[in-house]
Write a protein that binds this ligand. Sequence first.
Ligand code: AMP
Ligand code: GLY
Length: 468
Amino acid sequence: ESGHSIARPAACGGRVPPQRTVLGETSAVPMHREGAIMKKKILVVGGGGREHAIIKALKKSPDCGEIWCAPGNGGISYDAKCKNIKSTDVDTMVGFAVEEKFDYVVVAQDDPLALGMVDALAKAGIPAFGPDKAAARIEASKVFSKDLMKKYGIPTAKYETFDDPAKVMEYIKAEGKYPVVIKADGLALGKGVLIAETREDAVAAVESIMLDRAFGDSGNQVVIEEFLTGPEVSVLAFTDGKTVRPMATSQDHKRALEGDKGPNTGGMGVYSPVPIVTDEEHATMVAVMEQTVAELAAEGIDYRGCLYGGFMLTPAGPRVLEFNARFGDPETQVVLPRLKNDLVEVMLACANCELDQIELDWRDEWAVAVVLTSAGYPGSYEKGKVITGIEDAEAMENVTVYHAGTAVVDGQLVTNGGRVLAVTALGDTFENARNLAYEACEKIDFEGKTLRHDIGLRALRGRDAWDA
Ligand code: AMP
Ligand code: GLY
């Protein structure tokens, strides 16, 4: 079919001439048909709490028609049709999207982005939310993203990169200042960052990444960087490659145990906004996000979708710890409930280079999410435990339960992962939101239910709580 392959207009810099799509409309993603709103049939790729939050937000839009999720999960199946396709199976996913004639696909997970799912969808004529393969490298290769930051003077930890295990061992032997941070170059399910307190730790970390190949090819190169201190803040931003619209700040709690102890996890709780950020720090972080998109464009990389800046507020100012090419999990579960805009409209504007037409608008309420996990997580844990009480929690005003590791088996909702649920509450004060989230968590039960009781506590105590 002629005109079938133009799902992605040229870079915004050269402003896009109207283009015809297979649907015969005059923009990349048709917005309206004969004056009437044309509801979009949307597919969300992924199956965690983040995807559940994206789906619930999309469904509030009058432009949202049929909504699907692949692979989805038990709880998502109450809100969207689910199709069991692995999110890394690009060919099958794109084939499914073509067959079902989706108007728009939201690629929410890192792996399919790194594999080029957005490129493959564009080739098949389907517009998508998310960066293409070249742009997704900002997350998929830490060497690429650190080198980009260095080249353009974006504030980040000092670092060296290595592809030769012998060279890195030499470097470690000469390094006198510990701790140091050792990162596998590629994607590693959030586990590829090791903090070495001593030279022995550093040697062990490099052995595990480069010699034992704990993260496979992701460990072909390593980054060794300076250890920074301070509170962490996530700044997610929508971008169409030219305009950058930062979302409200949020703060994840990555460690498994209270007091920020224990191993790193996918995230045990989160809140938004972050009250301890100064106006000056906020302005710096926003400027960094804008600069990064502009420098990517200068490199010929047209970044569209959500860019996630992971910052540390060091005594010398905010420093980028990492960029992610997608929404954060669990950050999304507190940021999107506070977004007043129509998410379908915002996402289409990112793909269509029309983000300059949109200003984001935020609810004044605070949002706090507490993650309920299976006992043992992030180590091994049991699955298949019956979950009760979600209806009671959701019957509470201003409470939403987002599903991560859940499944429906014989009509019953059971646990099916390490992070099971994220319980989000909105409140007129931080404290009220926090108390409500914990009250809601008490209504929910399953064997092995585990949670941190100190989500947001440090922020409530103020900035000094990070100096202790
Ligand atoms: P990343 O995936 O690069 O964000 O790293 C995961 C976590 O490791 C971060 O959220 C920080 O808690 C920690 N981390 C990463 N880089 C550094 C650094 N340079 N100094 C101190 N902690 C770090
Ligand atoms: N919350 C951390 C991440 O999404 O990478």
